[in-house]
Design a protein around this ligand. Structure first.
Ligand code: BEZ
Length: 402
């Protein structure tokens, strides 16, 4: 990175010298001087409809709240948002991405929630030097693996990170067999694989892996099959509206008190109240718990509840931390966010010490190194039970940052 930075600086110096700009410095304002008066444009590509709408809204609300807390300015410049509903459509992802980059000319691109869309966006972004993309949710392992790129950062997790410790947990709790169930797309498949692999490290075995088309919620036939197979436990990845339906159907099928349910924490996150008794008691692993006892979390939860009249969740935390990263990096370059190489350098060395999830830092592959917590739903909240994996970094297999 610093090599690029130096070569950019010497390019500017050489260009200035050869064009006589240094001598004629009063001739025109520098690029930064122009930029400093204009707004910073943040493009947002998130779901505002369908099964993941709650996730998109939680991220957007908290990111804007964080930036508002800083006076609505980043590095001294006002911020303008351009938001598009991703509709969770992978085919529409290239068109939406190009619209924000080429038509709206955004300085930063924040999105998406869905792993398939993330991979489609990363293929476009990795071919370009700018803008900088910040992934505030989608866990696609590839985005900080084979598709990693200098201008792609993530403030959330890789699919492997919360799912692997979930599988380990099932083994630690004495289970020997499980059935895994999820949606058939990037996130579902990767979390299922990670959970199964974690379970295997403790001698466990999956006797059946069930995949449904995304975002299908016809669970009945699969629940009958699970009842007939009688595994020791079930490992599931669903999220948002689909997770509410799955938990309710699992309880209604009479399985809740017979076959313990586990998964990465998305299974119960942000839907604790909507799922009611169907979510109560379920243990999951994730990089957040409602009652984490740190001052940032207390402050964050109070402010979020006051602003939006609802409790925050991990998706809001990820949005909030996206806001913090944007603020930090923009301040580091004194608002000159058009100096993309310098912004990247600031993001690469960033630590987010004041996150509600606890402190985390950016890995070389641009993914958070963070604690994964064991939590349990109790009274509609995610109660912290312990640290399942401390400072967990994604293996980032296949990432070659050029
Ligand atoms: C994903 O597609 O990467 C994803 C969606 C919802 C929750 C977690 C991950």
């Amino acid at each position: 990175m610093s090599k690029n930075r130096n070569s950019r600086r010497s390019f500017i110096a050489n260009t200035a010298a050869t064009t006589g700009l240094i001598a004629a410095s009063s001739f025109a304002p520098t690029r930064f001087a122009i930029g400093a008066t204009s707004k910073i444009k943040v493009g947002i590509l998130l779901p505002y409809s369908g099964t993941y709408a709650m996730l998109g809204n939680s991220i957007t609300n908290a990111m804007k709240m964080r930036i508002e807390q800083a006076g609505g300015r980043m590095g001294g410049r006002l911020v303008e948002y351009v938001a598009l509903d991703s509709e969770m459509s992978v085919p529409k992802a290239p068109q939406n991405t190009n619209k924000l980059i080429k038509k709206e000319k955004v300085n930063f691109l924040v999105g998406p929630v869905h792993s398939g869309i993330a991979a489609a966006m990363a293929k476009i972004m990795g071919q370009r030097k700018s803008p900088i993309m910040i992934v505030p949710n989608a866990g696609s392992n590839a985005v900080t693996g084979p598709l990693c790129a200098p201008n792609i950062f993530r403030t959330s997790f890789s699919n492997w990170q919360p799912a692997f410790p979930g599988g380990v947990l099932m083994g630690k709790e004495g289970h020997k067999t499980c059935v895994t169930i999820s949606w058939k797309y990037g996130a579902g498949i990767q979390m299922m694989d990670a959970g199964r692999n974690g379970f295997m490290t403790k001698g466990g075995k999956s006797i059946k892996d069930i995949l449904l088309p995304f975002p299908n919620v016809e669970f009945q036939a699969h629940l009958s099959e699970i009842a007939a197979l009688k595994p020791d436990c079930v490992f599931a990845f669903f999220s948002g509206g689909g997770a509410i339906k799955f938990l309710k159907d699992y309880e209604a099928a009479g399985l809740k008190n017979k076959i313990p349910l586990y998964g990465p924490g998305f299974l119960t996150e942000g839907i604790e109240k909507a799922a009611g008794s169907a979510a109560e008691g379920i243990k999951t692993t994730l990089h957040y718990a409602s009652n984490l006892d740190n001052p940032e979390n207390h402050k964050f939860r109070t402010n979020y509840k006051t602003a939006f009249n609802t409790d925050p969740n991990v998706f809001s935390v990820q949005g909030y931390d996206t806001g913090s990263l944007l603020l930090q990096a923009s301040a580091a370059v004194g608002g000159d966010v058009e100096s993309v190489v310098d912004v990247i350098e600031a993001m690469e060395t960033s630590r987010v010490p004041d996150s509600p999830r606890g402190p985390w830092s950016m890995s070389k592959a641009h993914n958070p190194i963070q604690n994964i917590y064991l939590r349990q739903v109790e009274g509609g909240q995610q109660k912290f039970l312990g640290v399942a994996a401390k400072d967990l970094a994604d293996p980032a297999a296949g990432c070659k940052m050029t």
